[in-house]
Design a protein. Sequence first.
Length: 406
Amino acid sequence: MIEFELTDKQNMLRETLASLGKDVIRPQTLAWDRQKAVDEQFLRTFYTMQSSLRGPDNPMEDFYEGKKKRDPSKPVQTNRTAVVGCEMLAWADASIMLSLPGPGLGGPPVRASGTSEQKERFFGIFKNMDDELRWGAYGLTEPGAGSDVASIRTSCKKDGDAYILNGRKCYITMGGRASWVVIFATVDPALGRAGQRAFVVEKGTPGFFVGKLEDKMGLRANETAELVLEDCRVPVANLLGGEEKYETKEGFMTAMKTFDATRPMVAAMAVGIGRAAYEYARDFVKENYMLSRPIPRYAAIVERLARMNRNLEAARILVWKSVAMADHHQPNAKEASMGKALAGQAAINACVEAIEICGAHGSLKTDHALLEKWFRDIKVYDIFEGTGQIQRIVISKRLLTDLKSF
Ligand SMILES: Cc1cc2nc3c(=O)[nH]c(=O)nc-3n(C[C@H](O)[C@H](O)[C@H](O)COP(=O)(O)OP(=O)(O)OC[C@H]3O[C@@H](n4cnc5c(N)ncnc54)[C@H](O)[C@@H]3O)c2cc1C
């Protein structure tokens, strides 16, 4: 079921992003890191280029469509194309990947749970961004409710044709610039998962504010914002999926379905950063060691390179398996978590080992040395979209409930 061959379109996407990454993105990436923002002109140029690359395989097409055009029984390649693009763009610069205009992490919940009218309304604003770049975002995490998603405290109370939201969301990717954010709230914390609701809260809604912008160790060019809701009146029409959906645990399920779609993308990005570090170390070894030199130190170093490469390749294959399942419309929660857990760890190890292999050179902060940046960027890949520990809990729960699985 897993295709190892890329389609011609996917190969073209890879090659285009590789040359853009090498010639255009990497030379600017440290400047963006310092100024804590990706250059808006670059994002605009990239958006125009992406629009022209868009084809039947392009994952964004599904986001933009209000109604599904495709036969849901037929496999597609949308998720696979997305992970190929995510890996390659993160190889160039992960901050860009997370800063691209579009619905971002807010896309999957609207796609999974929104009504046709909501999809049309919320995705419609991204159809044409020639006038202005726009973003969507995903607001689940709160101070005191990160991994423990069931314990969110942001409240929602019905009042006529609206809900009144009160609470605080933190670490929201592109939250400050977003035109809308999918906000998770609860009608009653005592109900746990059953009390959760997902709303699309639009920028400019009275009572909806951007709080502080975080100063992070890595992914510094990508915005991470705090969002505040104070007596924020959100129309019932913005409750994702409509009220009848919430007779079950739909709010919580919306959050979880989002992770099944986004964890493979995040894992692919980790593979991209890990591969960048691995390739840097490999080239450094090629340049600085004679391949024929029969000294134990050299053997130990190539053994480390082999291990880095092997683990990154294994992570990529798991990611591809998880998206192949999604493209075949099969549940992929366990595989998405496996890919994320392995990719995060393999890529962190690759970044650490690459610095060690390059010795003092690897730790330098210069205009050319990206190893130090990759080392800062990668750590969060074992934190957001569920930490490594949480992925292992998800996997073990699935293994214990489905004893037939290997
Ligand atoms: C750069 C960045 C971008 C982000 N973007 C978004 C975003 O767009 N939207 C959003 O909603 N959130 C976002 N987040 C938040 C992110 O999803 C959370 O940080 C993450 O879920 C972990 O939550 P926490 O930070 O509260 O850590 P905690 O949940 O407090 O975890 C702390 C430690 O305890 C461990 N732990 C927790 N529970 C268990 C358990 N049951 N068993 C074993 N170990 C456990 C964790 O693995 C971790 O090591 C972002 C975070 C960052 C850093």
